[in-house]
Design a protein around this ligand. Structure first.
Ligand SMILES: [Mn+2]
Length: 354
């Protein structure tokens, strides 16, 4: 595996490549062209400039998170083919630039959903948190207002203001889309992009829905073992793979994370590894990465990745906000650096004892 950190680019991130280069054991970043909108074709010169900037800092561009999917593709509207063509052109250019892993998600309207961006933990750190009760009491517009008010001035991925301004229209677009239709639209998309993925050896890594259940009545399909195996089988190509995100699949305590990892052998192209602390089955907060701080056994998660021979990029996921850092919630330097070091420590111990 290759330890990486997510990096939003020098125009958007409070963390610098120089700082990332100094985290022991972190050799690459996962980045994106953060200014692009879903459906746009990425310019080759922008892709190459991003790659060069990262390599000049002594790191590798280990993959893209994300190339986002236009709503027309997820909804299956008549103009979807144009947006899929654009997506294919972007993939071609990424392949030509030597980039072989692309993370994406197929979540309607919202990317990840949290109800608090700065819940105070007993140690004084602040973290992202979720309670179903809070979601049930809010409508989507209120939720956007509260998320953006807490974002430390950052624009959060998936919560861009121009997108949220259209929230009613987006809900209207999805009103006839149920789980089966979303599966069918995902299949259509994957079948069209697989030839270019085969040609350039691009591993597509779908990120699970977060939380792993329906929010605001919207369909959610990438939520559990049965659904993800169905997705693998419906387009049975090794380039059709997953981002294994422990913090997203882990939102549903019925998901047995090490078992899911083992059942996805050969199809996990990217891993997000973090811990959650559950206060009840519908109230969780993002803890430090250590097993002792949360609900998951992180050793067992890393062991499962080792057992399946995982070789792709891995990253600590959201970190807590500690040591007075001000950054995009979840994406400060310090706690993610601690997470990377802890995961590398687990990995070294596993390698030496197996
Ligand atoms: Mn994730």
């Amino acid at each position: 595996m290759q330890m990486t950190l997510r990096w939003y680019g020098s125009k958007y991130d409070t963390v610098t490549l120089k700082q990332i280069r100094q985290i022991p054991g972190v050799t690459g970043v996962i980045s994106t062209l953060y200014g692009t909108k879903p459906g746009e074709v990425w310019e080759m010169e922008d892709i190459l400039a991003l790659k060069k900037e990262i390599e000049d800092a002594g790191l590798t561009l280990a993959g893209i998170e994300s190339v986002n999917i236009h709503d027309a593709i997820k909804v299956g509207t008549p103009d979807r083919d144009q947006y899929i063509d654009n997506y294919i052109t972007t993939l071609e250019r990424l392949g030509q630039a030597g980039i072989h892993m692309v993370c994406y998600n197929f979540m309607p309207v919202f990317d990840w959903t949290r109800t608090e961006l700065a819940r105070v933990r007993p140690d004084g750190s602040t973290v992202l948190a979720y309670t179903q009760e809070a979601v049930d009491a809010l409508n989507p517009e209120d939720m956007f207002a509260s998320i953006s008010a807490d974002a430390n001035g950052a624009i959060l991925p998936g919560w861009e203001p121009e997108r949220m301004a259209r929230i009613k229209e987006l809900f209207e677009m999805y009103k006839d889309v149920d789980d089966e239709k979303l599966f069918a639209n995902l299949k259509y998309f994957l079948e069209r992009i697989m030839p270019v993925c085969d040609k350039y050896d691009i591993n597509m890594a779908i990120h699970p829905d977060d939380p792993a259940w329906s929010v605001f009545g919207l369909p959610r399909i990438i939520i559990n073992k049965a659904n993800i195996l169905r997705m693998m089988k419906m387009v049975d190509n090794p380039h059709n793979g997953v981002t294994f995100c422990s913090g997203s699949y882990g939102t549903n305590l019925e998901n047995d994370l090490p078992d899911m990892i083992r059942s996805l052998k050969g199809r996990i192209h990217f891993a997000h590894v973090r811990n959650l602390k559950f206060n009840s089955p519908t109230d969780f907060e993002e803890s430090a990465h250590l097993s002792s701080d949360g609900t998951f056994d992180m050793y067992e998660i890393m062991l499962a990745l080792y057992d399946i021979g995982f070789t792709g990029p891995i990253r600590p996921d959201h970190g807590r906000m500690i040591w007075d850092e001000v950054a995009m919630p979840g994406y400060g330097l310090y706690d993610r650096a601690l997470g990377a070091t802890y995961l590398n420590g687990l990995w070294e111990a596993i390698v030496k004892t197996h």
